[in-house]
Ligand binder design. Structure first.
Ligand SMILES: [Zn+2]
Length: 290
């Protein structure tokens, strides 16, 4: 056994391959790739926060480095209570993705306790709450205690597939000249919303929308057939920039597949126009891991 606090076993769902890699200094983006930055975008990866007057806490966001890391031995690095009195724990090496950026939260376990990760507003740490059915399950844990963290691997793969497919659909829609207005990568509800430049006057025609849908499907199919790599790196300001080959770049803190051939069953339903906004609904799954 390694000392408490150090990861002693990393359970991979698949090889690292040429997956999401993080580098300290990102190259400059090609000028044709526009990267919108959400105003509340946080800096990712290793986070060091001052929890109170005498306690500094650090947390490593492992989920950003490796989507396929499902299991880690680590330690409790902080504990606290939310405004309703619910207890939370933060772990030193974190594999849980909290809800954000349109992607739902992971589910998983700390030891035998079922937990849900949440972004702690005051510190930015990802903290774990016990689910209702395991409400006392974290009570015995204190700072420094070793813990075994596991995510629901099937759910992680589905979320990563839907989220990455969302980037791809967005890229296809941007190629139409549309601007991103919103996204939702939840299973069963996945969609990208966009605004066309002329408030959709031309796209009010159903035939035009169907033609646009066909172009979007062709764009998506070609990118998957080309197996474009999905990479992540930090820009000069420390923001994490995710790219799909040369067709898309966006500031993002989600989990992604390694390359687009990891996606399967990507389907795009018809483009709908409502109040000047286009809605492109889609589905996606992760190919089975070998
Ligand atoms: Zn992303």
């Amino acid at each position: 056994m390694s000392q408490a606090g150090e990861p002693i076993a990393l359970q991979h769902l698949g090889g690292m391959g040429r997956g999401c890699t993080l580098q300290g200094d990102g190259d400059a983006l090609p000028p044709h790739l526009h990267v919108p930055k959400p105003p509340n975008l946080v800096r990712y990866d290793e986070r060091v926060v001052q929890l109170n007057d005498c306690q500094q806490v650090s947390q490593d966001a492992l989920y950003l480095r490796d989507t396929y890391l499902a299991d880690v031995h680590t330690s409790v690095t902080a504990t606290g209570r939310d405004e309703t009195g619910g207890r939370w724990l933060a772990v030193r090496h974190n594999i849980f993705h909290p809800q954000g950026g349109g992607q739902p939260a992971d589910r998983g376990r700390l030891g035998e306790c079922e937990v849900v990760p949440v972004r702690h507003a005051a510190t930015g740490l990802v903290v774990l709450h016990a689910t209702e059915s395991h409400s006392a399950g974290l009570d015995d844990l204190s700072e420094g205690d070793p813990v075994h963290a596991r995510i629901d691997a099937g759910l992680r793969l589905l979320h990563a597939a839907l989220h990455t497919a969302g980037h791809l659909v967005e890229a296809a829609c941007r190629a139409e000249g549309w601007t991103l207005a919103g996204n939702n990568h939840f299973p069963g509800q996945a969609r990208i919303e966009l605004t066309p430049p002329d408030a959709g006057a031309q796209l009010a025609d159903a035939e035009e929308r169907e033609k646009a849908s066909d172009r979007i499907r062709a764009f998506v199919a070609a990118a998957i057939a080309d197996d474009l790599p999905v990479t992540a790196e930090h820009d000069d300001e420390g923001h994490r920039i995710v790219r799909l080959g040369e067709v898309h770049a966006a500031a993002c803190g989600g989990t992604h597949v390694r390359s687009l051939a990891d996606l399967q069953q990507v389907t795009i339903s018809a483009v709908k126009l409502k109040k000047g906004r286009l809605r492109v609904s889609y589905t996606a799954a992760h190919r089975p891991l070998r």
